[in-house]
Ligand binder design. Sequence first.
Ligand SMILES: [Zn+2]
Length: 281
Amino acid sequence: MAIEPTIRFHGAAGTVTGSCQLVEFGATKILVVCGLFQGSKTEKELNYRPFPFDPKKLDAVILTHAHIDHSGLLPKLARLGYDGPIFATPATTDLCSVMLADSAHIQESEVDQLNRRNLRRGRETVTPIYTARDAAVAVELFRQVRLGAWEGAGEGVRFRFWNAGHLLGSASVEMEIDTGPSAMRLLFSGDIGPRHKLLQFDAKAPTGWDYVICESTYGDVEREEADDSVRRNILRSQVLNATHPNGTSHPLFRGGTHAGTADRSCPSDGSRRRYQMSNHH
Ligand SMILES: [Zn+2]
């Protein structure tokens, strides 16, 4: 009897962060992305729970892009003994070498603050989800795969990347699983960017899939078409607004997180402006 692959969703299910899909085919186990849960305290606590699979038994990890809600638990995977390849495009590899170290720094400093409070209140201290050292170990596991190049991920499974137009290096994953006379074809979309951007090509992928696993964070949002001139005008008005004495600015593209916020002091007039940082527009 032919073996059927299974896909389990261990994150970004009922919430929009912590993307993590486990593909199993016979003895082959492949993780597609391994993201950090971000948002409310309840969501963040999910990062501390054990993985619902054994990291040491994975054959490979395939990463669609560097955003932390897709890559942010890779250092935890390395900390728990995963030492196989993490396949990613060259640009994703470069971004992750900076962003995972930054994420580790955030984990360590947040836990440091929490532990100071815990000590004052006589509570037990906690350990960070991972450290800068774990992030460095994870980065060493990265294997660069160029767009369009087939790569084996485990017995009976191969994949190739397609440009997803979402972030520098972002990719969708075409996966072929050797289920019989004709291979099963899957597409993991990863986050997909809007069309007509100034600095990136539009998303691209073939058709004829057996299954498409599609990110749908903004699936219920109808976006207006925006060509180059519309985008330039939006940027122009936002820059003018931001430089006005009472102005505010949003959004500012940032690679590290999804839709975080940050305060910035304005020394010239002493006022404080709130900057909404988002990477989905
Ligand atoms: Zn993303």
